[in-house]
Design a protein around this ligand. Structure first.
Ligand code: NAP
Length: 247
């Protein structure tokens, strides 16, 4: 096996379940070291790491709540000791706390903003200096169609996800000359536990409005991530993978 310090090191936040797990598996090949970050789901994270290793890849699970800057610091120190600098950063971890705005309290607002948006500040602050020094980096932020269309009961989530798109474009301007690309992906409704938590009648109503007439698969988002990693001339863009739900 190639020395793990010579491989591209990829951090997938929230890589233990759903879309993040699919991204970890898509990239978990001989060319990458994959860090499967998780907050609570150690078993799921270990499972993904084992699958990657059994396919001949290098991977490690690391617990850290990415909403907290100090935990991100510890996460990157652990990665650095094992694999060296992160050259591909996938900010995927996210949560919902849906409630109509009039009923939403500040805790529910802050939880979603901190986990879905401030987390990108936390991880990019640490990862970017080395990417710039190495003249190579890929930052991909998983936003949402809700950033573009809005979502009933999702003012906190839509604000965070729209924030990620603006953040990506602005950072792309600052980093392009250093070989660092920054893009976002806006998934539509993808079959994961996050979507399974929605009431069935709401889901059926959503599916009836999706031109391809089905939910998306996590693997379809993961392929978009791979495409953006392999593309040096795409930066500041938002890749919509939504079955035509929003055009
Ligand atoms: P999911 O199945 O609920 O998985 C969320 C992942 O994020 C889990 O691995 C979870 O780890 C991790 N996570 C949550 N909070 C964290 C924290 N504070 N620190 C570290 N990890 C944390 O969600 P998903 O559907 O795969 O969504 C993944 C991303 O895609 C999210 O950003 C979501 O907003 C976005 N998205 C999803 C859809 C969709 O239809 N599913 C659509 C558009 C956008 P633990 O289990 O360990 O907590």
């Amino acid at each position: 096996m190639e020395n793990s310090k010579n491989l591209k090191t990829v951090l997938v936040t929230g890589g233990s379940r759903g879309i993040g797990a699919a991204i970890s598996l898509e990239l978990g090949t001989k060319e990458h070291n994959i860090i499967v970050n998780y907050n609570h789901s150690k078993e799921h994270a270990d499972n993904i790491v084992n699958k990657i290793k059994s396919n001949g890849g290098n991977a490690m699970a690391v617990q850290a709540n990415i909403a907290h800057a100090d935990e991100c610091q510890r996460l990157f120190e652990t990665i650095n000791n094992e694999f060296g600098n992160v050259s591909v950063l996938i900010n995927n971890a996210g949560i919902t706390r849906d409630k109509s705005f009039r009923k939403m309290n500040l805790t529910e607002w802050n939880e979603v903003i901190n986990t879905n948006l401030t987390s990108a500040y936390n991880t990019v602050q640490i990862a970017l200096p080395n990417m710039i020094e190495n003249k190579y980096g890929r930052i991909i932020n998983i936003s949402s169609v809700i950033a573009q269309s809005g979502g009933f009961g999702q003012t906190n989530y839509a604000a965070a996800k729209a924030g990620l798109i603006g953040f990506s474009k602005s950072l792309a301007l600052e980093t392009a000359k250093y070989g660092v690309t920054v893009n976002s992906i806006c998934p539509g409704f993808i079959e994961t536990e996050m979507v399974a938590a929605m009431p069935r009648e709401v889901l059926d109503n959503i599916i009836s409005k999706i031109p391809v007439n089905r939910l998306g698969a996590s693997s379809e988002i993961a392929k978009g991530v791979r495409y953006l990693i392999e593309s040096a001339y795409i930066t500041g863009q938002c890749l919509n993978i939504n079955g035509g739900l929003y055009m």
